[in-house]
Ligand binder design. Structure first.
Ligand code: GAL
Length: 650
């Protein structure tokens, strides 16, 4: 036999042998439902929208369809030799502007990273040796243009395996360590230090105080027209003349007494600090009813949350009649003979409900919108604005969330005058209603609402779409607030949507938040730094200890409620590490050291980054303890997706 033929036979045989030694395991054959995605559904051999995987005109039979930001953890245990895939943005968003970066980590190190890949562009081939890898992490990350249209595919993705087969695993979840110290038994006064009310309108303020009960209260320097119930700490009445006064509040119990100043500003402005409360949507959505709202109010008081300053109980969508509904509970006449809006049968008596909530010293809110219907298809205010504002005021509501939604059918376009119009109409209607009603604009940030929300009468305005209880949603929304700080201040706040800690679920079924404990610390710390309205989104009748600790740290809440009313700015952005800082009234600064990455990291803030110099006392805000005096800088380990929240003093 000729030598060449012999060589070819040997080569073929070896190749055959090698091919036999490795199994091809398609990534899509594993349980990819363990992946976390920014949107859509993890697709086995399909995109996140369920279409065939298509990159740059090429259809792939196999692959894993995701949406940035996405993460999938895999356990290889050293059994896989190679990973292959073509990474790219699916053609289903070719006409849009999706862009993302793909990353692969192995044993805590970055193994591979794509360039920024864009809709309609070529995919990036990845072929990496993973024979020494125990845990492999496949990630896709959004870029500066945000998560929209980032339909990220790992096309043609497979492992060459010899021995241990790869399996997908849950992302690691650290235990929820409670950092908030328990409040002492001696009295402590919490909540806002400044409060705005309008002359001639009903006034209600519950002194928030922790400590052993019974407790008695006094208030020195209350303006004429206001009365304090010394047992409940509830102040009510009417202030008839505009002006500012400083009231000295005192709380007393068997363990001692404490006094604290409250500045009362009677004028045009309300919501001088961001509203603190609860809203029914993130837990109950359409399953809300009068009993649940009453139970929420009871829980806010009985759990002790109200003693930390939480005060609004807000009903979201689905309390009104649903036009044309055959459901005997939701359907019926949408308005009465006098054109007043009716409630559906789940809310038999709004006045009884608001009286109940007010009786506890809490305030209460309602939801509607400028369109003919709400988002969930219930009656809204279109062409009845004045009547409805009057009705909301007569019922006794203190907060109105006004949601664009169905007004989309009415608006001619998204020009600024069209975007502003319905909000100005309701502003005027509320102006005639003679009640202090916090006006919350909800239109998801259209037309850069932060630039004109205050002018449209808004005390706060949603800057984004709806939040959900996952890391991508929360981090994209929260960290996406950078730059909006110049538009926030006392009486007018940016609102990055409600909180997603505790048991949420958009009703009727609830589940514990899918945020990890560290992500929850990030959520509450960031929203506090952002001076955002804080609306609890969970079922308060089912508060666990950890969630309670997140919502009752007075030093954290003080950052949110600081009378200066500044929103934090991003001072440093270094890959996944960020430093945010907020100026506070007493000259100190609140600082968040954030780690948006998948692995723990050391984060260092230099005073120079904050335009400061010299020596500062650094306080660990969650632990409520000082860490010492630090010259020039402070450095601390920060867990994955976690935060270290500080306050620094001269
Ligand atoms: C959305 C709004 C949510 C919730 C919902 C009710 O538009 O952003 O926060 O209010 O409507 O249908």
């Amino acid at each position: 036999m000729n030598k060449l033929i012999v060589l070819i036979i040997i080569l073929l045989a070896t190749n055959h042998l090698q091919a036999q030694q490795y199994d091809t395991i398609w990534l899509s054959s594993l349980d990819i439902s363990k992946a976390t995605l920014g949107w859509g559904k993890a697709g086995a051999d399909v995109s996140c929208m369920g279409n065939p995987i298509s990159l740059n005109g090429v259809i792939y039979k196999k692959g894993f369809g995701t949406h940035a930001s996405s993460v999938l953890y895999l356990k290889l245990a050293g059994g896989s030799a190679k990973f292959h895939a073509i990474a790219g943005i699916d053609d289903e968003e070719k006409a849009s502007s999706g862009s993302a970066v793909f990353k692969i980590y192995g044993n805590h190190g970055l193994l591979w990273q794509s360039a920024v890949l864009r809709s309609g562009g070529a995919g990036a081939a990845v072929d990496i040796n993973i024979s020494a890898i125990d845990t492999l992490i496949l990630c896709t990350e959004t870029t500066a243009d945000g998560p929209n249209y980032d339909h990220t595919d790992w096309a043609d993705a497979y492992f060459l395996v010899k021995g241990r087969q790869p399996i997908s695993i849950d992302r690691p979840m650290e235990p929820g360590v409670i950092m908030t110290p328990a409040a002492p038994l001696s009295p402590r006064i919490n909540g806002p230090k400044i409060y705005g009310a309008r002359p001639g309108n009903n006034f209600l303020f519950r002194i928030a105080a922790t400590g052993e009960r019974p407790m008695t209260f006094s208030a020195n320097g209350l303006p004429a027209g206001l009365k304090l119930d010394s047992h409940t700490g509830i102040i009510h009445g009417k202030i008839n003349t505009a002006g500012t006064c400083v009231v000295m509040l005192t709380a007393r119990n068997n363990k001692g007494n404490i006094s604290r100043k409250l500045t009362l500003v009677c004028g045009d402005q309300i919501a001088l600090t961001p509203p603190l409360g609860w809203n029914s949507w993130n837990c109950f959505a359409g399953a809300v009813d009068q009993q649940k709202v009453k139970a929420a109010a009871d829980a806010m008081v009985n759990s002790g949350l109200a003693d930390h300053g939480w005060s609004y109980i807000n009903i979201d969508d689905c309390w009104m009649v649903k036009p044309d509904s055959k459901d005997s509970i939701l359907g019926g006449e949408v308005r009465d003979a006098n054109d007043n809006m009716n409630t559906n049968k789940k809310f038999p008596d709004m006045k009884v409900l608001t009286d109940y909530v007010h009786g506890l010293g809490l305030k209460t809110g309602i939801y509607s919108g400028p369109g003919p219907k709400t988002c969930a298809g219930f009656t809204a205010c279109y062409q009845h604005e004045e009547k409805d504002a009057k009705r909301f005021a007569e019922w006794g509501f203190d907060y109105l969330k006004y949601d664009w939604c169905d007004y989309e059918r009415i608006a001619k376009d998204h020009s600024l005058p069209e975007l502003k119009k319905p909000y100005l109409v309701m502003k005027d209607a509320l102006g005639k209603a003679q009640r202090d009603i916090v006006y919350s604009l909800c239109q998801y940030g259209m037309g850069d609402v932060w630039e004109w929300g205050a002018e449209a009468g808004g005390n706060c305005w949603r800057t984004t779409g709806d939040i959900t209880d996952d890391w991508t949603s929360m981090e994209t929304i929260g960290f996406g607030q950078a730059g909006h700080e110049v538009f926030a201040g006392p009486g007018h706040w940016n609102d990055p949507d409600m909180l997603v800690v505790g048991k949420v679920g958009w009703g009727p079924e609830l589940h514990p938040t899918r945020l990890t404990p560290n992500e929850q610390y990030t959520h509450i710390s960031l929203w506090s730094l952002l001076a955002s309205p804080l609306l609890i989104g969970c079922d308060m009748t089912q508060l666990d200890e950890f969630t309670y600790s997140l919502l009752t740290n007075d030093e954290v809440l003080d950052i949110n409620q600081d009378p200066l009313g500044k929103q934090a700015s991003r001072m440093v952005q270094n890959g996944s590490l960020e430093i945010w800082a907020k100026d506070l009234e007493d000259g100190s600064k609140a600082i968040g050291l954030f780690n948006r990455g998948l692995f723990p990291a050391q984060v260092t803030v230099s005073w120079g980054d904050l335009k400061l110099s010299g020596t500062y006392t650094v306080r660990n805000v969650w632990a409520q303890s000082d860490e010492g005096r630090f010259d020039k800088e402070y450095s601390a380990p920060v867990p994955a997706h976690g935060v270290k929240l500080l306050r620094i003093y001269r």
